[in-house]
Design a protein around this ligand. Structure first.
Ligand code: ADP
Ligand code: ZN
Length: 291
């Protein structure tokens, strides 16, 4: 089946054409400007591609409730120009095909669960640690939406006493995960781009302390079989052993389970060369047309 994929991000929109095996035939990115400028460019890209379905994984918040009058909308996003944008309606009307829709992080998780290292694991969590922190959650083979969708980036953490930026940078909360551990927090705390701080062990020790708390909360709350960590900050590969070690320390022997004990396979980097999001969109499109 010929499927269109749209990974809608706050800085760029990645469009691709592929099929349900995860194969990508072509791909093109467009800058995210505003709906009036950007949406027609994306529609023009897909228009002559003879796709039979489209999958969209979108920055949010979004409305995923199919019974809601604003289903398929980007809702109250801080990217103001995009608030109240009917993105699903725009493409289903414009292309006349079924459109699958979910959050950007659920899209990445779906890519990993369908085509990547989490294949066959119906209980999995995907975090992106980038400009913000987002979490995609699958439980019992289903992507979790709940009343809205998880916003696990805003879980509250125990702040370390020696943190020079103890409140973090989230405008809504003191001491939440995103406010303490996303790229902008690292940059504000240490006064340099996160990518330039690779050699400074203080930075990654503190960062892994916060991410390990998130791993513990995720483990005890959702009981996933695997936790995948992606996003720009996770390019710092030295974080993985630090996070695993601190997660074990914080769990303190309470949980005894072969999957979780095998930390090297429990907390892992994304596996699809940064295509997990776009591949998840292929699956979202396929499911919209077939399930
Ligand atoms: P976005 O979250 O906007 O989709 P990214 O996942 O690329 O995009 O995240 C961007 C953030 O990740 C920035 O705050 C940046 O400082 C940080 N970042 C990007 N590359 C690296 C790197 N190599 N090491 C550490 N942090 C990085
Ligand atoms: Zn917050």
């Amino acid at each position: 089946m010929r499927i269109g994929a749209l990974e809608a991000g706050g800085t760029k929109m990645v469009c691709a054409i592929g099929d349900e095996s995860g194969g990508i035939k072509e791909q093109k990115s467009f800058p995210t400007i505003d709906p009036a400028t950007t949406l027609p460019e994306l529609l023009a890209y897909f228009k002559d591609k003879e796709i039979e379905a489209l999958g969209i994984a979108c920055f949010g918040p979004v409305d995923l409730d199919k019974d809601s009058s604003s289903y398929g909308y980007i809702t109250t996003t801080p990217k103001r120009a995009w608030a109240d944008t009917d993105i699903v309606g725009y493409f289903s009307r414009g292309l006349g095909v079924k459109v699958g829709f979910d959050t950007d992080v659920n899209g990445s998780l779906l890519g990993e669960v369908t085509y990547g290292q989490a294949k066959g694991l119906g209980d999995a969590v995907y975090y992106t640690i980038g400009t913000g922190v987002g979490a995609g959650v699958m439980s019992g083979g289903k992507l979790v939406h709940g009343a809205m969708h998880p916003e696990a980036g805003h879980m509250l953490l125990r702040v370390r006493e020696d943190d020079p930026l103890p409140d973090g940078v989230c405008p809504f909360h003191k001491g939440c995960l995103e406010g303490l551990a996303a790229g902008p927090a690292i940059e504000k705390r240490w006064g340099k781009k996160a990518a330039e701080l690779g050699d400074d062990s203080r930075v990654w020790d503190l960062e892994s302390y916060y991410l390990a708390q998130c791993m513990v909360t995720t483990t005890v709350m959702l009981s996933p079989k695997i936790i995948i960590l992606g996003g720009g900050v996770m390019h710092q590969k030295q974080l993985f052993p630090l996070i695993r070690e601190k997660t074990s320390e914080l769990l303190n022997g309470y949980i005894k389970n072969s999957r979780i004990d095998d930390m090297d396979h429990y907390i892992v980097p994304a596996s699809l060369n940064d295509d997990q999001g776009i591949m998840g969109c292929l699956k979202l499109g396929y499911d919209a047309a077939n399930v």
